[in-house]
Design a protein. Structure first.
Length: 208
């Protein structure tokens, strides 16, 4: 059984999509064992409790140590729970190599754009959709990728396309992109759990 942890800092809609997929039997060889948040009041923690999934919060704000020491705490938690895969689902804290290296190619993130476009520092949430609309892009979407030390720079696993309409606002665009996120993230987890993802250099090879 592949043990999964989901990290979220906010509402956790992608967490909910992963939970729903699990309960619908999409990846029977995987199970979400832990939901972690750096924000103790995050709604994602309540979603976990609603589905009887263990939830843990360690507040990053006011943490009495370095960023590396904070990530060391999370690493100890994940190792104690024998976590095999970490899924970032609206986790807004930039992680250090302390946590990334032990989970290299075992940590995924969902990004609301077609990477490498509109990625990097400061490109998250509504900032991404604002930038897409401002640039008058004709197409955007969502990307599931492995997490590496470069922000939004890890190998792409799956992408889903969304057309940008001339009258779109960042809000209307975000709603449609979110629907695609909820489709491709569970599928990426399924592929991982079934051993159908191979990393070759900076590329991912999928087998179906």
């Amino acid at each position: 059984m592949i043990k999964i942890a989901v990290f979220a800092s906010g509402g956790g809609s992608n967490l909910q999509a992963l939970i729903d997929a699990q309960e619908n039997g999409l990846y029977p060889k995987g199970q979400i064992r832990l939901v972690f948040s750096n924000v103790p009041e995050a709604q994602a923690l309540q979603r976990a409790e609603n589905h009887k999934i263990e939830s843990v919060a360690i507040a990053s704000k006011g943490f009495p140590g370095t960023r590396e020491e904070y990530d060391q705490e999370i690493l100890r938690l994940c190792q104690a729970k024998k976590i095999d895969l970490i899924c970032l689902a609206g986790y807004t804290r930039i992680m250090t190599p302390v946590l990334i290296k032990p989970y290299l190619f075992k940590m995924m993130n969902i990004h609301p754009a077609l990477l490498p476009k509109f990625g990097g520092p400061g490109m998250y949430g509504h900032f991404v959709h604002e930038a897409v609309v401002k640039a008058k892009e004709k197409e955007t979407g969502a990307t599931v990728h492995f997490v590496t030390e470069g922000i939004d720079a890890g190998p792409v696993i799956l992408q889903g396309d969304v057309k940008v309409h001339p009258n779109d606002t960042p809000l209307t665009l975000a709603e449609r992109v979110l629907k695609v996120e909820h489709q491709i993230y569970p599928e990426a987890v399924r592929l991982f759990v079934e051993g159908k993802i191979k990393v070759d250099g900076d590329r991912v090879k999928l087998s179906y």
